[in-house]
Design a binder for this molecule. Structure first.
Ligand SMILES: [Zn+2]
Ligand SMILES: [Zn+2]
Length: 257
């Protein structure tokens, strides 16, 4: 059994709380310590006993609350060496920083996390597969495109957390200057709705239970559009679809096999 909630998701802050019967971790800590606490409580959890924080990359929307959280709760932080070196100065000293290499598997309190490299404009960004008691959760956010490695890693997941950052038309006709548009839709930027759709359709299988769409741009996308597109891909597949929001946590999803 594995439970998870996106405590917040979007360009202003990302944090994913994952809990099993044996342990609890965060992937990214891009909300303030206060918000992390409040939102964990809002989904019936607490940060007490948090075993570790795994970081995907050093962008501020993923590490804003990291330093305070790690110091207050004395929690170890796991990240690639490149991510640790690239952390903004504002994060401050970490009581315990553990460097790993992309591709490594790390076990913490009965949860097993396998990292894999993603294409994104950061020092050494990764995403994660989380396994616990036969349940597999696949996470893919903050990536410019999804090559075979990413698809292979996510294959067979019982639950998927996938980025669907922007609608290409809205981006093209929106307020962002050309340089920012190029950053977003470049091969080291973010996944578009279309890219998410094609990734999701390549990952469909009978055991898939839940799809959560994340990092949806407030400027160049809408939750309704994303939900509609994902629902089209799923067709009559019984898996649930949920679009994570910036300001409120998702429900605590419970995945069993
Ligand atoms: Zn990023
Ligand atoms: Zn991000």
């Amino acid at each position: 059994m594995l439970r998870f909630s996106l405590l917040g998701s979007g360009s202003s802050g990302n944090a994913l709380l994952i809990a099993s019967e044996t342990g609890k971790i965060l992937i990214d800590s891009g909300l303030s310590f206060k918000q992390l606490k409040l939102r964990a409580e809002a989904v019936g959890e607490t940060l007490d006993g948090l075993a570790a924080v795994f970081v995907t990359h050093e962008h501020r929307d993923h590490v804003n609350g990291l330093g305070t959280l790690a110091r207050r709760l004395n929690v170890p932080v796991y990240a690639t060496a490149g991510t640790l070196e690239g952390l903004p100065g504002a994060v401050g000293e970490l009581p315990c920083a553990q460097a790993f290499e992309a591709g490594d598997t790390i076990a913490v309190d009965g949860l097993s996390l396998t990292s894999f490299s993603v294409c994104h404009d950061a020092a050494d960004p990764v995403s994660y597969i989380v396994r616990c008691g036969g349940v597999k959760l696949g996470v893919a956010s903050d990536l410019g495109h999804a090559p075979t490695l990413v698809k292979t890693r996510l294959q067979g997941a019982d639950a998927l957390i996938l980025e669907s950052n922007y609608c290409p038309d809205m981006l093209r006709h929106g307020r962002y200057p050309p340089s920012v548009q190029q950053r977003i839709n470049g091969r080291h930027g973010h996944l578009s709705n279309h890219a998410m759709n094609s990734l999701l359709s390549s990952l469909l299988h009978d055991g898939l239970q839940q799809v959560v769409i994340v990092h949806v741009s407030a400027e160049n996308n809408t939750p309704e559009l994303v939900e509609q597109l994902a629902a089209q891909v799923l067709g009559d597949h019984p898996a649930g679809v949920y679009v994570a929001r910036q300001d409120v946590p998702t429900p605590m999803f419970e995945i069993r096999r």
